[in-house]
Design a protein around this ligand. Structure first.
Ligand SMILES: Cc1cc2nc3c(=O)[nH]c(=O)nc-3n(C[C@H](O)[C@H](O)[C@H](O)COP(=O)(O)OP(=O)(O)OC[C@H]3O[C@@H](n4cnc5c(N)ncnc54)[C@H](O)[C@@H]3O)c2cc1C
Length: 399
């Protein structure tokens, strides 16, 4: 019987626990009183997830898991948009150019016609890559400002691989055709799923209940000795044969006292959840590429599910990324109000969440980071999950 220690009780840690608990001696260590991003705050009849958590791809193992846990889900047809030049453009932007003003349409088509689709784009940085795929105009009105705002990083140091699987890359003809047709349905999330009963936390609640004897909450890990194979906590030392870390990779390195000579980067997200008496927003979510709005995305919980806010009321998540300086709540609310989404007087409830390590950044050193992660395998250590393995991933990828 092997001794297994799992770090972090988010969905990643819980899935590993579910798989390994039989036939091994397993303990899961979590610093908080309840782990992970799949958590829902319930305030005065509003249920706020930690920003929108939607099931975009429902693979078979994920489906089997939901069935086993008796969690019913409903399918929704995506209604998403991009707010640009005071107008809502249907998502995806690159296939709805008919909604743009004449001069932009003209420049985009002119440039798209000249694109060389056969050109090898491997190894290009983000800016060069989008320019080669979409032309300069589309790149500079949407892809570059949006990603700069989200990642708060020089995009010359970013590899496009970080978002490729989530972004529709149409060919020239598809872009040109959208000049006429508009609103072409494409992309990884034309439909999405969400728990019927409302709130995303129910996905992990049952696992917490089923596996509670293995889960140690409120545990302060002081250090990890990768030579002696020990996790040292305040009062206890856990020996392991196998260690699975789902805590942010940077935190793991710190606890293991591991030096590294490459750059690891991530971005945090400030999630401002707001419940209002009434509002004006027909979308599931909208992207805001323009610099004058502090947030990069607004989503509407009450449009996603009718069971997450009191009848007739609306609820929103407003996502703003940050590195060191915390975003200003009042600035954000003023900006939302200026868009006519809701009025400050109609706000009933506010919930603020600070999601650290929300997006792992794929910078130029990503290969060194991956090699460093692999080097731990011989010591019985593996990394799993979004921040644990520093991989831009979703719930479905964990099954
Ligand atoms: C803003 C945002 C939006 C997202 N939206 C979606 C979506 O719409 N659809 C989708 O499929 N996925 C989405 N995801 C991804 C999804 O949340 C994750 O893939 C999933 O929840 C699994 O997370 P995890 O368990 O890997 O990490 P987490 O949930 O972050 O869990 C890591 C755990 O480690 C614990 N921990 C950290 N440090 C320590 C320490 N020193 N000691 C002990 N414990 C520690 C933390 O407290 C936490 O409980 C989103 C993620 C973010 C950030």
């Amino acid at each position: 019987m092997s001794k297994v220690v799992i770090l972090g009780a988010g969905l990643s840690g819980l899935i590993k626990l579910a798989h390994l608990r039989k036939g091994n001696e397993v303990v899961l260590l979590e610093k908080d009183n309840y782990g992970g991003l799949l958590r829902t705050e319930k305030i005065n009849g509003f249920q706020f997830d930690r920003t929108g958590h939607l099931i975009h791809s429902l693979n078979k193992p994920f489906k089997d898991f939901l069935n086993a846990m008796n969690i019913e889900i409903t399918e929704k047809k995506r209604n998403a948009s991009i707010y640009f030049e005071d107008k809502y453009i249907p998502y995806p932007f690159q296939l709805n150019i008919s909604y743009l003003r004449g001069e932009l349409k003209h420049d985009i088509i002119d440039e798209v016609l000249k694109l060389d689709e056969e050109e090898n784009t491997t190894g290009l940085d983000f800016i060069n890559w989008v320019e080669k795929k979409f032309g300069k105009t589309l790149s500079h009105i949407f892809f570059i400002p949006y990603n700069r705002k989200l990642l708060k990083t020089d995009l010359k140091n970013i590899s496009p691989s970080w978002f490729l699987r989530y972004m529709p890359v149409p060919n020239k003809m598809e872009i040109i055709k959208s000049l006429k047709k508009g609103n072409v349905e494409i992309g990884y999330n034309q439909v999405f799923y969400y728990p019927q009963a409302g709130n995303i936390q129910i996905i992990v609640d049952k696992m917490y209940e089923l596996f509670k004897k293995h889960i140690n909450l409120n545990t302060n890990i002081k250090s990890i000795d990768t030579e002696k194979k020990q996790v040292i906590c305040d009062d206890v030392v856990y020996d392991y044969d196998r260690l699975i870390s789902t805590i942010p990779f940077e935190e793991f390195l710190h606890l293991a006292n591991e030096e590294h000579n490459y750059n690891i980067d991530h971005i945090n997200v400030y999630d401002l959840n707001v419940g209002v008496k009434k509002g004006n927003f027909p979308y599931h979510w909208t992207y805001y590429p323009e610099e004058k709005y502090p947030f990069y995305r607004i989503g509407c919980f009450s449009n996603i599910s009718e069971n997450v806010s009191p009848k007739g009321k609306m609820s929103f998540y407003i996502e703003t990324s940050y590195k060191d300086k915390l975003p200003d709540k009042d600035d954000i609310l003023k900006s939302v109000e200026s868009l006519g989404i809701f009025r400050a007087d109609d706000i009933e409830v506010i919930d603020e969440e600070y999601l650290e390590y929300a997006y792992p950044i794929y910078n130029n050193d990503i290969k060194q980071l991956r090699a460093h992660q692999r080097s731990f395998e011989q010591k019985g250590i593996t990394f799993f999950g979004r921040s644990g393995s520093h991989t831009y991933s979703s719930m479905a990828d964990l099954f």
